[in-house]
Design a protein around this ligand. Sequence first.
Ligand code: ACO
Length: 333
Amino acid sequence: MSLYAAFRSIGAYVPEKILTNADLETMVDTSDEWIIKRTGIKERRIAEEEVTSDMGAKAAQLAIDRAGLTNDQIDLVVCATVTPDYFNMPSTATVISDKLNIRNVQAFDISAACSGFVYGLSVARAFIESGMKKNVLIIGAEKFSSIVDWTDRGTCILFGDGAGAAVISATEDKSEAIIDVHASADGAYTDMLITPAPGSVHPMNQANLDAGLQYVQMKGNETFKLAVKTLTKDVKEILEKNNINAADIPHFIPHQANYRIIKAVGDALGMREDQVVLTIHKYGNTSAASIPMAINDLYEAGGLKYGELMLFDTFGGGLTWASAVLPFAGKDV
Ligand code: ACO
């Protein structure tokens, strides 16, 4: 008897406060027109009182409920985030477990920036297919606004806050199985996207704070070019390896970093507009939360049905990147 991993449910949480491009025009030297043209972003959500684990716990509870499970049936909690509640312990996964009253199970964080959720998927799949776990909760949650320098127009216009979560469960039905997950990294590019402090290289001290090392720094244009090149290659490879035609994927759900990256990769695959899920205009880049938030939007709009194929791709700090192809194995909304 073989065990497979099935993507059983999705949930998300979006904070209430909306920060529009017009708001940003009053904060930095930018314009609504520039932001829309270069990124596709119109607005993003900002968490005020809420922290990463609050958003993650809300998304996770929805995912557990939609999987038809109770919280005590979850046997592994994985949270992907680069904006954890604490740098660096306890993990945000353990804080979320406490908020959900999930006790005495393994819980840990994944640090893979925007690729974190798909990295989490590969971890969940491995634990399930090896028979070690039955119901794995994976969460992508970010309070990115907490590491953004609101005077840096090159980064502050891009990011937003939010959370998404999924339950991955064991199944014996091969038609429900995650088909493939690619997850890769190249540490030669660490300086492309980095929050230098706090850490052992740049500890938390006044000089480092005064230098603004606690904020995200990005070489935007170089990252952009690498993202298009790497993702196009990676997604083509995962489809070819599994003998799947891009035309047969109803839902291409890319990481929402920049509309132009999504369009370039979609065009290289010959994707039609109706295949591509877009949320960038309303949420901006929510890092590890971006893909599950986009899946949830599609699901709640009634656009994602049991058995339909999804294709994910993502690229982020590290540099890391990942792609996955899998059927949705949850109940229709
Ligand atoms: N408003 C107006 N002008 C701006 C702004 C702004 N907000 N930001 C930059 N500019 C200016 C620059 O100063 C530059 O001016 P100059 O020509 O006078 O020097 C000009 O616009 C062009 O700047 P570029 O950086 O070359 O612009 P680009 O077209 O590359 O767009 C962007 C910048 C949107 C950041 C893009 O490079 C991008 O999306 N990069 C990839 C982001 C990404 O995918 N990151 C990975 C995931 S994130 C994660 O892992 C957490």
